[in-house]
Design a protein around this ligand. Structure first.
Ligand code: 3PG
Length: 307
């Protein structure tokens, strides 16, 4: 059994050692393709792989066609918008993610970004405190719940909206106020922390009509996906509303323009770093390896996302 770990953005060494140990014990061969710069390197490496572990690496139809032995792909992380699920399903390939394993790392970054924006990106000048402000959690999944908990610990009033969780007790047990629409969430929040996946329903859904509901001085913190933001409309709105700020962990296509026009009101990390902690790499990487072993040894498909 050959397992390829294809990570353009490699895991920490502690995680890669742990992954290799798991596969050594199972009697599998482990091959690492790290920091690759060319799609062809992935196409070559995948051709004799039975299993594949990836992060945000793109598993397109072309990659799947180049992998005749592939039976399982595990996205070590939460979002699987980088995997062609339809082609995987058509080829009988199981796709899984590792939900929750890197959530704390992303949540800590979201909170860090809130404070960073509240304090003028740590440059001179008067900032503000996040204590007492209203925090809106857009999608109450693994990351959103932790951001909510940390927001409460910092003295914020926490609101949440999730179209897939209508039971108010889910929010109320965490001391979080559920709101009944996404429009309401954006209307009340001084900070919105975005945790929606990128899919047909959400692409460009953070548009001007929604974002202009934000109260005076609000900040949008996006540690989810850039595709969910209509970047052109965001640019228009930032020009009209000098009070709004945008921080993101996913480099916008128009970042140079945003920076030139809006200076310290916008911020992006150069490369997605929400899950870039040793702890998250170990949690997600080892979970991915264990899921692959369980898949081959017992047929365990618990985390399958292409059902
Ligand atoms: C995820 O979906 O798990 C996060 O966006 C992390 O992605 P990464 O593994 O590419 O850092």
């Amino acid at each position: 059994m050959k397992v390829l770990i294809a990570t353009e953005k490699p895991f920490a060494a502690a995680a890669t050692n742990g992954i290799k140990n798991i596969f050594d014990k199972a009697g599998y061969t482990t091959v690492f393709l790290e920091k690759y710069t060319d799609k062809q390197q992935l196409l070559d490496a995948v051709k004799d792989a039975d299993a594949l572990i990836i992060r945000s690496d793109k598993v397109t139809r072309e990659v799947l066609n180049a992998a005749p032995h592939l039976k399982v792909v595990v996205r070590a992380g939460a979002g699987y918008d980088n995997v062609d699920l339809n082609t995987s399903t058509a080829k009988g390939i199981t796709v899984m993610n590792t939900p929750g394993q890197n959530s704390n790392a992303v949540a800590e970054l979201a909170i860090g970004m809130m404070i960073f924006m509240a304090r003028n990106q740590f440059t001179p000048g008067t900032g503000s405190e996040i204590k007492g402000k209203k925090l809106g959690i857009h999608a109450y999944g693994n990351v959103g719940r932790i951001v909510g908990r940390y927001g409460k610990a910092l003295g914020m009033e926490v609101y949440a909206y999730d179209p897939f969780i209508s039971d108010p007790t889910v929010y109320e047990k965490d001391g979080v106020v559920p709101v009944s629409s996404v429009e309401e969430l954006y209307s009340v929040s001084n900070y919105v922390s975005v945790h929606i996946p990128a899919n047909e329903q959400t692409r460009r859904s953070l548009n001007k009509a929604l974002l202009e509901r934000l109260p005076q001085g609000a900040s949008i913190i996006n540690t989810a996906r850039k595709e969910v933001v209509d970047e052109e409309q965001l640019c228009e709105l930032l020009a009209e509303r000098a009070d709004l700020k945008y921080a993101t962990d996913i480099l916008p296509d128009n970042y140079a323009v945003l920076q030139e026009k809006f200076g310290k009101r916008v911020f992006s990390t150069p490369k997605k770093m929400g899950a870039e902690t040793a702890e998250a790499n170990i949690n997600a990487g080892l979970a991915a390896a264990n899921q692959i072993v369980a898949f081959f040894q017992t047929g365990d498909r618990r985390f399958q996302v292409n059902k």
